[in-house]
Design a protein around this ligand. Structure first.
Ligand code: HEC
Ligand code: HEC
Length: 271
């Protein structure tokens, strides 16, 4: 332990010294970004290896073990789609406010870590740009209006039982979206967990859980009303397995219609 810490300190010190010297020789112009705009570690074997380990720890849970996306988007095609190192770095450092994409705390993830992670992702290749899916987005929008809008907002329109989908096209892969529509239960959006309340007189009220403390629970019921209950008045609170979102099997939505719907969802990228 001690020696590892000592080596780490040494490395850190020498990096600081190098940094200080470089800074002394070339003081950055006021306001200029002190960090490089292109990945200084691209193609570096050690960096790729370290970056892989960090990616699995910090990013794979959302972007998938191979960075091809799950809850978060596919990252392997970004460069081919025209993203610069600088732009990607900035997103990772700052996160995407209002989405699950977290900011990277500079104390826990110094610039070097991020460059290593990006060196790893880039090494995965995948020169294929993230292509818009086949399918007719216009028909998809129509399908959305009839099947989905009652529960989901897009822009300022729609219901509130489910999450706002105005940006869902940039946040999720096609695979994840298709699975969700078909009824895959692997992922439930936090803040929308299905719950059934049973009152003392035997009434059952379904909805999604919004808030809960020791004495009370607040849900949005299936008629989209926020309702609060004192636990003392409830006989039971049942955590359901099945989302309140219905599964759209092939009987309700053909494969062709699913393609159209996915093409529409792909266009939803906020403004
Ligand atoms: C908790 C889930 C989560 C974690 C952890 C996470 N991301 Fe993300 N990431 C997302 C989501 C969701 C988006 C899409 C945000 C949006 O809607 O624009 C995203 C977007 C991105 C983007 C922009 C890509 C694009 O197409 O818009 C990059 C780059 C990225 N993440 C890299 C990373 C890296 C690198 C890590 C690890 C250091 C990481 N992310 C960790 C969920 C996550
Ligand atoms: C009866 C209400 C209801 C209807 C109708 C409904 N949804 Fe949902 N949907 C929800 C709820 C609630 C959630 C959040 C819980 C969950 O993840 O299962 C959700 C989650 C989602 C998600 C996941 C969001 C995320 O953050 O990943 C997507 C995508 C989605 N719905 C798309 C659709 C589409 C497309 C349709 C129409 C074909 C549809 N929904 C119809 C209630 C509904």
């Amino acid at each position: 332990m001690r020696s590892v810490a000592a080596v780490a300190t040494l490395v850190l010190l020498s990096e600081l010294l190098v940094g200080a010297r470089a800074g002394g020789q070339n003081p950055p112009a006021a306001g200029a970004a002190a960090r490089p705009t292109m990945n200084p570690l691209e193609g570096n074997r050690d960096a790729i290896q370290n970056g892989g380990a960090m990616f699995r720890n910090r990013c794979a849970g959302c972007h998938g073990p191979d960075a091809r996306g799950y809850l978060g988007p596919d990252l392997t095609g970004l460069w081919a789609s025209g993203w610069t190192d600088d732009r990607i770095f900035t997103v990772v450092r700052r996160g995407v406010p209002g989405t699950e994409m977290p900011a990277a705390d500079p104390l826990r993830a110094p610039d070097r870590d991020i460059w290593q992670i990006l060196a790893y992702v880039r090494s995965l290749g995948g020169g294929v740009p993230v292509a818009p899916p086949a399918g007719n987005a216009q028909n998809g929008e129509r399908l959305f209006r009839t099947n989905c809008s009652t529960c989901h907002m897009v822009g300022a329109q729609g219901g509130q039982l489910g999450p706002d989908l105005s940006r869902i096209g940039s946040g999720r892969t096609r695979t994840a979206l298709a699975k969700k529509v078909r009824g895959d239960a692997a992922y439930t959006r936090p803040g929308y967990e299905p719950v059934t309340l049973v009152t003392r007189d035997g009434q059952r009220i379904r909805g999604v859980r919004k808030n809960e403390d020791e004495f009370s629970i607040q849900i949005m019921d299936m008629r989209q009303r926020l309702q609060g209950y004192l636990k003392a008045n409830l006989a039971d609170i049942v955590d359901e397995q099945q989302s309140v979102m219905p599964a759209f099997g092939a009987d309700r939505l053909s494969d062709g219609d699913l393609d159209d719907l996915l093409a529409y969802l792909h266009t939803l990228r906020g403004s």
